[in-house]
Design a protein around this ligand. Structure first.
Ligand SMILES: C[S@@+](CC[C@H](N)C(=O)[O-])C[C@H]1O[C@@H](n2cnc3c(N)ncnc32)[C@H](O)[C@@H]1O
Length: 266
């Protein structure tokens, strides 16, 4: 699967936006859907940017949606600061650590953490996924309900997590106190999602990003940089990242959060 997918803008009012996204992420823009090639494509219409497949049984659309759907439900009923993700990150008492999410994906975990008060830097290496995030975060930032905390707490970076960690390690030498407090990793793992609906969405997403076979290499540099902890999301039963045992584990029915407390403290 090529890393870059063609983008078609079907909303005449949004051609400038399409050109901006294409320039930022190196995406080829096609004049209309008749010019499409390949299995997957990106569409910008009045609802925003979406990843779609082509053909009768095509998977998609996949969109970053922080305001409605499953994520809206998770924000309202997901358990607040008591939910396993929040406990794993260290949202104890009034603490709201700054989080660097180095495998941002569709930004669902990042959105939950930002909604709970954390400043979150989302780092994503796939240009297609980063374009989806860019569009979804812009829509969320303009939303009258959640826009204020999105604008205040959320930052998107198009980079590889390893390169980002290298730069953070260099900055940490000059300003040790400004190291990221918590680093969060949720790399792709084979066959992690079960429901039919999610499977269909994940089919398109997985086809675009592939399996993160280099994920083990993120752990050691993340541990060297994180001020407080590194948290790794794993499916239940999966081995720990890089075969390294965590300090402790927070488990939920299908997911496990491996927590690595760094020398600087919890
Ligand atoms: C399973 S998804 C993350 C899902 C995310 N936690 C969410 O809540 O939507 C994994 C994502 O991490 C990205 N990724 C994997 N390794 C990366 C790396 N080294 N640097 C940046 N992004 C990476 C992949 O492109 C993919 O989009």
């Amino acid at each position: 699967m090529p890393a870059l997918l063609p983008l078609v803008c079907t909303d005449p009012a949004r051609h400038a936006e399409a050109a901006g996204l294409a320039a930022r992420y190196g995406l080829p823009v096609l004049a209309d859907i008749d010019a499409l090639y390949g299995t997957y494509w990106l569409r910008l219409d009045a609802t925003g940017l979406a990843l779609l497949g082509r053909g009768a049984d095509a998977p998609g659309p996949v969109q970053v949606d922080w305001t409605g759907g499953a994520l809206g439900h998770r924000l309202r009923f997901g358990g607040g600061r008591g939910q396993p993700l929040a406990r794993a990150i260290g949202l104890k008492g009034g603490a709201c650590p700054a989080v660097a999410d180095l495998t941002a994906g569709l930004g669902r975990d990042a959105c939950v953490l930002a909604a709970l008060g954390c400043r979150v830097t989302l780092v994503e290496r796939s240009p297609v996924v980063c374009a989806l995030l860019d569009d979804g975060i812009a829509r969320a930032a303009a939303d009258t309900g959640i826009g204020s905390w999105v604008r205040e707490r959320v930052q998107l970076v198009h980079a590889d997590g390893s390169a980002w960690l290298q730069a953070a390690a260099q900055q940490a030498q000059a300003a040790p106190a400004q190291r990221p407090e918590v680093i969060y990793l949720d790399p792709m793992y084979p066959h992690r999602e079960q429901s039919a609906l999610v499977k269909k969405e994940m089919r398109a997403f997985r086809a675009v990003v592939g399996d993160d076979l280099d994920a083990d290499a993120l752990l050691a540099p993340a541990l060297a940089v994180a001020l407080r902890r590194v948290v790794v999301k794993r499916p239940k039963g999966a081995p720990p990242l890089a075969g390294r045992a965590p300090s402790h584990v927070i488990a939920s029915p299908n997911t496990r959060y491996d927590v690595y407390v760094t020398l600087a403290g919890a």
